[in-house]
Structures are given as structure tokens and as C-alpha cells.
Design a protein around this ligand. Structure first.
Ligand code: SF4
Ligand code: FE
Length: 488
């Protein structure tokens, strides 16, 4: 089944979320002005599955023979599937200019798919078949899945079982005949209030003492015991002002939520890891690789909008032809395309796992994400440089619309004569929203920490690099080891 964007939004109204925002329980969260843009961003993933030009990217084969599924609920069957994922994410970044959230579920689906297969091989369990059954149900109903990995972690220097409070990592608190009960919290969970299900995964490698923390399962977002506490974004209350200029990106936005799991029951058929601590590292690394690949799609896509906005501001300010402006805008293109190149490269170099699905190249996916911790900052810096100081000093939309003083703003904040002041205003607030927060949440901080902070990529890059081979090459060329004889 391929739901339309409208069907998706209507389906959210049937959920019974326990959601808090700005100190209040939100009953009608689908129409809440702070939340709705983030729902619209996910709805775009449903919309593209129905557009003829994007269908080849946004629709994939289902696990159910002869049926199709939305790409975001699909299992990658080839490197071509990985490449299409990146192309779709770039397109979605271009169409929303923000985080469209649904990738976390897609990446969790693929990581759990392959890891459960390997757990079963070693431990004789039946997680993989269970997971496939659950995924068929998700595909059949085109549900939105949110991946939930990041624990709140407490003292970062201690393992889960060593924490003063045992709930700082999600763990199993009870085993019943019909299932398990879990407790803990997941921090800054992307798009979870817009999803039907969340896929719980462990947050790091575990040892035997942490057995109870090695848990993976699927739970409905409105299950009993769950509280969702909505994360703030810079300038978020601008969305409550009723205008459509100061928000910058009126239609779309990201979403991060603190998820509280207070004794949540999960039936056995939705449990995909139960104490197999020896596989928590594999699951984390596989998910991280997929999500680090993902950033090579969404970040250049969002970057395209930022480049377009910056070039437009240069036009409106009458400086587009200045050589240093052209140089800076070309530099922005170079940065965005480099990220895209990394996203494509790790996809083309992907490999088949034992379960049959495909995984991006680990080293290249980590290189991709490490660049993402830097390049969007530079893209923002260049955008701010070209946009000018007005980016952070524009009077409000209400003053601009004011019957007495509005005319002064209109007169004095005009750039080139043929571009209305309002046009310039709108482009400035878009750049403001993209660089200072609000829509992504921020092209910057999310790029730094999403899919793992930079040190996590450095560790993986070191682990995936064959330094001995590189040193051997150098020793041979330097004549320390025997030189290669080109004539043989
Ligand atoms: Fe998708 Fe990018 Fe958002 Fe991650 S940050 S969920 S890859 S859009
Ligand atoms: Fe992210």
C-alpha cells in the first residue's frame, strides 16, 4: 500500500499520543502551529511516492511478493537501492529545506534486518522471521517508523549497568510469559511524534553485565507508559505569531522529542533482541553506517536551497556579479556537491550482508558524515557573509505590516529597485531559519551531532583503515623494503 500525504496526516489523527509541548499536554497536535510543519515534511515522503517523476526513487519492492512499498519502509536489495536512497534524500532536502525525519526508521529497519539474521545464526533465535512479519505489516499499511537509538547516557564515563540510576539507558525490567517490559528514555528522537511506530535499539556496544540493556523492539508511539516531550528549536515561538514571513520556512520543519518509556509492555512477536549483548555493537554500527550515508543525501539537498537563497540575496542586494561573491557561491556549490559525492561513493561501494540486504561502505560513510560535521557550518558562514547583517536585525513582520511605520521599512530596507522589499524580507528570514535553527533543527548543530558526533566517525575511520598496508607502500617506495620491479 502506498498512502497519499493526506491519508498519512489523517492516520496521525487516530493516534492517542501523550505529548507535551511548552508545559502543556497537546491534544490536537496535528494542527499545532509548532508541530504541523514537521508533519508536512514527513508527508512529502508520502507525496513523492505518487509523483511520476520521483516514483522510481520513492517506491520499492515490498517483502510481500508482487507488492510495492514506500522506499522509507524498504529493505535495500542492491547498491542501486542505496544510490536511489541518496538521490531521494537529496530531492526531499530540496523540496522541504529541513529534516524530513523518516530516514531514521528506514535505516533502523535495514540495520535490524541484517543483525537479527546474524543473531539467529549464532544463537538459534527467531528474531529475523519475527522482524520480517512486523515489517510486512508496516509495509502493508505504509506506516511511518521512527528509529530510536540515543539513550540519555547519564555519566558518559560509565557503562549502562554502572550508572547511579539504572534507567539512564533503556533496559528490560520484567520478563513475562507474553512479552517484556522496558524502561528508560531516548533523547532527541527525530520525528517520533509523527510516527506510528518506534524501533528501539541499544545505543552502544555492551558487555555481559549490560545484558538487560541489549534490547531491540517495535512499539506503537501511543503505547501505554510512553510520554513524548517536544524539543525546542531556536525561534520556535515565531510559529505562534500567526504570520508567514518571520518563520522563514512556513511549510516545513524538523522535530526532535525526548521519549520517556515508563514500564512499556512489548509482546514477544515485536522483540528483536533480548539480551544478546554480543550483537549490540553490530546493530549500532550498522545503523550508524546507514544514517551516516543518509547525510550525504539530505544535507546537500538542504544545501541546494541555502545556495539558492544566498544567490538570490546577492541578486537582491545588487552584488551578484562581484567576483568575490561569485567565488563564495561557487565554494558553496563545491561543498554541497562534495557531500553528495561522499553519499554516492559509499553507496556504490556497498556490500551484501549475510541476510541479503545491502550496507554502504563503512569507511566512506563515516568520511561522508565527518564532512557533514564541517561543511554545513561553512555553507552557513558563507550564506551569512553574503546575506548581510540584516539577517539578524530585521524588524518583525508585524512592524512591516504596520499601517504607520510599515512604509518606512518598505522604503528603507529595499535593495535593488525592481525587487519588492517583501521579497528580500522573505529570503532573509529563510536564510535565518536555515542557519540559526528553526527548520532543521538548524543546519549546523544537527549536522554536528546527528548520526553520531565527530569523534564517533574518527574512531570508525581509524578502525576501518589498513594502516599497515599504507605504511608498507611507503616503505617500498622509500627503498626501506624492496622496491617493486616494474619489469616483472
Ligand atoms: Fe533524514 Fe537527514 Fe533528517 Fe537524518 S537528518 S532523518 S538523514 S533528513
Ligand atoms: Fe538526523
Amino acid at each position: 500500500m502506498l498512502r497519499t500525504s493526506k491519508e498519512y496526516i489523517d492516520s496521525l489523527r487516530r493516534l492517542n499520543l501523550n505529548l507535551y509541548l511548552l508545559g502543556e499536554k497537546v491534544e490536537n497536535w496535528v494542527d499545532h502551529p509548532i508541530i504541523r510543519p514537521s508533519i508536512n515534511a514527513i508527508a512529502m515522503t508520502y507525496k513523492l511516492a505518487h509523483e511520476p517523476e520521483s516514483q522510481s526513487l520513492a517506491v520499492a519492492d515490498s517483502l510481500i511478493k508482487g507488492e510495492k512499498t514506500n522506499k522509507f519502509n524498504s529493505v535495500f536489495k542492491s547498491t542501486d537501492d542505496l544510490v536511489k536512497k541518496i538521490k531521494l534524500q537529496r530531492l526531499l532536502g530540496q523540496r522541504t529545506a529541513c529534516c524530513f525525519q523518516r530516514c531514521v526508521g528506514m535505516d533502523a529497519i535495514n540495520a535490524i534486518f541484517s543483525t537479527t539474521y546474524e543473531i539467529d545464526q549464532k544463537h538459534g533465535t527467531e528474531y529475523h522471521a519475527r522482524f520480517k512479519e512486523w515489517l510486512k505489516y508496516i509495509q502493508k499499511n505504509d506506516l511511518c517508523v521512527s528509529g530510536a537509538m540515543t539513550d540519555v547516557k547519564g555519566n558518559r564515563g560509565l557503562a549502562p549497568s554502572e550508572q547511579a540510576d539504572p534507567d539512564l539507558f533503556v533496559h528490560i525490567v520484567e520478563r513475562r510469559k507474553d512479552g517484556i517490559v522496558i524502561k528508560g528514555a531516548k533523547a532527541h528522537q527525530t520525528g517520533v511524534a509523527n510516527a506510528h511506530y518506534m524501533l528501539i535499539m541499544p545505543t552502544m556496544r555492551m558487555r555481559e553485565a549490560d545484558k538487560d540493556y541489549a534490547v531491540s523492539c517495535a512499539i506503537p508511539t501511543d503505547a501505554e507508559g510512553i510520554s513524548l516531550i517536544y524539543g525546542r528549536q531556536p525561534c520556535d515561538t515565531r510559529k505562534l505569531e500567526g504570520g508567514d514571513i518571520d518563520v522563514g520556512n512556513y511549510g516545513f520543519g524538523g522535530q526532535e522529542v525526548l521519549v520517556i518509556l515508563d514500564n512499556v509492555f512489548v509482546p514477544w512477536e515485536r522483540v528483536f533482541m533480548y539480551g544478546e549483548f554480543d550483537f549490540s555493537g553490530m546493530l549500532v554500527e550498522r545503523f550508524a553506517t546507514y544514517h551516516r550515508q543518509s547525510y550525504g543525501g539530505c544535507k546537500p539537498g538542504v544545501g541546494d536551497v541555502l545556495i539558492g537563497a544566498t544567490a538570490s540575496m546577492a541578486d537582491y542586494n545588487g552584488v551578484r556579479k562581484a567576483s568575490h561573491i561569485r567565488d563564495k557561491i561557487s565554494e558553496m556549490v563545491h561543498l554541497a556537491e562534495t557531500l553528495y559525492g561522499c553519499g554516492l561513493a559509499c553507496s556504490y561501494e556497498g556490500f551484501k550482508t549475510a541476510s541479503g540486504n545491502y550496507q554502504p561502505d563503512i569507511l566512506l560513510a563515516n568520511v561522508c558524515k565527518l564532512n557533514v560535521t564541517r561543511f554545513p557550518y561553512e555553507l552557513c558562514r558563507l550564506a551569512e557573509d553574503i546575506a548581510g547583517g540584516l539577517l539578524v536585525t530585521t524588524p518583525s513582520e508585524k512592524d512591516f505590516r504596520h499601517p504607520l511605520i510599515g512604509k518606512y521599512i518598505d522604503k528603507y530596507l529595499k535593495g535593488v529597485p525592481n525587487v519588492p522589499t517583501e521579497t528580500r524580507y522573505r529570503m532573509l528570514t529563510l536564510i535565518h531559519a536555515m542557519t540559526m535553527g528553526l527548520v532543521s533543527p538548524s543546519y549546523r548543530t544537527e549536522s554536528m551531532h546527528g548520526a553520531g558526533s565527530p569523534q564517533a566517525q574518527k574512531i570508525m575511520i581509524e578502525r576501518e583503515t589498513n594502516f599497515e598496508y599504507k605504511q608498507k607502500l611507503a616503505r617500498s617506495i622509500a627503498g626501506i623494503d624492496p622496491r617493486e620491479d616494474v619489469l616483472t
